[in-house]
Design a protein around this ligand. Structure first.
Ligand SMILES: [Zn+2]
Length: 377
């Protein structure tokens, strides 16, 4: 097994979204503090993130868009016309230090994971996975599309075939748009169906790519309420089908934690045990890859889940109990459940959730059959 590295930074503490935004919460800094408190990471396993260079940002984005983003970040204002033209400064993508400084740091960090991977490590950038950003447009809380820039970076270094796998609860429309006509990058996404979830317009199964890229894009839109059993059933089948038609040199895995039951913005119902099993499944098929973060809007659920994945990546056994030190870190987070009647005390006591297993609904079985038919068509 490869030795693991976690690329992160405490600088994100000061690079937050504005108040009232779902991403105002601590995420990467919380994970780092939690891992330290739980004694689950060694100093030599930590890599301090670095910002992306202009040249790297332009591997995907338009110069004018990036220049406007930098200007907006500098003045902490919306430059004239930037909202209409680039989606900068909307409610969804507000003006804040996260906009450019935070996104650039997250993107440079994703490139560090790629560099570390090439050097023989496995590496995780929890700040990465901002999969909604388009070439010239902020979208879905995302300003810079670090997954695409990471894939382009790998391709420039001679990687020919990349598989991008996205387990976030939302469809990766920005990444899909970048590779829709490519047969060198296969984009696979499992997500809440756009019939009821963001981004609403993309993520349907009939989006299979175009031109040379036809057949190299696969969307698996899930119904509400998917449990561990259903998610793992679908993922295992889909990985096998994709393995028949595409053999990557490297894969990039987006690990947004919003498929977890506790997430306030999604309708999937995974436990972090199920999410761990999903991660294991991907690795059992494909070996080590490049690991990025993604969505996740309950900071406690996010820190627990990524801590569990980090244990798996770094070859540690997942401890059962959350230590008093770990608990103090989680309890210090300013966070209130939307529904006060729900008892989430287990999140502060144990690290791994009880599995959320259940029957595999007929509609999920039929979904898999449709996926199979579309892959082999
Ligand atoms: Zn998401």
């Amino acid at each position: 097994m490869r030795s693991a590295r976690l690329v992160g930074s405490l600088k994100y503490r000061n690079l937050r979204y504005t108040k009232n935004h779902p991403l105002r919460i601590p995420r990467v800094s919380l994970l780092l503090e939690f891992l330290d408190a739980m004694d689950l990471i060694d100093e030599e396993e930590k890599v301090e993130g670095r910002p992306a260079t202009m040249e790297e940002l332009l591997l995907f984005h338009d110069r004018e868009y990036i220049d406007t983003l930098i200007e907006a970040d500098r003045c902490q204002c919306v430059p004239e016309g930037a909202r209409e033209r680039f989606g900068i400064g909307s409610y969804e993508n507000p003006v804040s230090p996260a906009m450019f400084k935070g996104s650039s740091l997250a993107t440079g960090s994703s490139l560090q994971t790629a560099e570390l991977f090439i050097k023989g490590f496995s590496a995780f950038n929890p700040a990465g996975g901002m999969h909604h950003a388009f070439r010239d447009r902020a979208h879905g809380f995302c300003f810079i599309n670090d997954p695409v820039i990471t894939i382009e970076f790998l391709r420039k270094r001679g990687t020919e075939r990349v598989l991008y796998i996205d387990l976030d609860a939302h469809h990766c429309d920005g990444v899909q748009s970048a590779y829709y006509d490519s047969d060198e990058v296969f984009v696979l996404s499992l997500h809440q169906s756009p019939e009821y979830a963001f981004p609403f317009t993309h993520g349907f199964m009939n989006e299979r790519g175009e031109g040379k890229g036809k057949g190299y894009n696969l969307n698996v839109p899930l119904p509400k309420g998917v449990n561990d059993s259903e998610f793992l059933f679908v993922l295992e089948k889909v990985l096998a089908y994709v393995g028949d038609v595409f053999q990557p040199d490297i894969y990039v895995l987006q690990l947004g934690t919003d498929p977890l039951l506790e997430d306030p913005l999604s309708r999937l119902e995974l436990s972090n045990k199920g999410f761990l099993e999903a991660f294991r499944l991907v690795r059992s098929y494909l070996g080590d890859g490049i690991y990025l973060g993604g969505g996740g809007y309950n900071p406690i659920a996010l820190a627990r889940s990524w801590a569990v994945l980090w244990c798996e990546m770094s070859g540690r056994e997942v401890p059962e109990e959350i230590t008093p030190e770990g608990r103090r870190v989680l309890e210090a987070v300013e966070w209130e459940e939307f529904d006060e009647d729900v008892d989430r005390s287990y999140m502060y006591e144990r690290l791994l959730d009880e599995p959320r297993e259940g029957d595999i609904r007929q509609e999920v079985k039929e979904l898999v059959l449709r996926v199979k038919a579309t892959v082999y068509s």
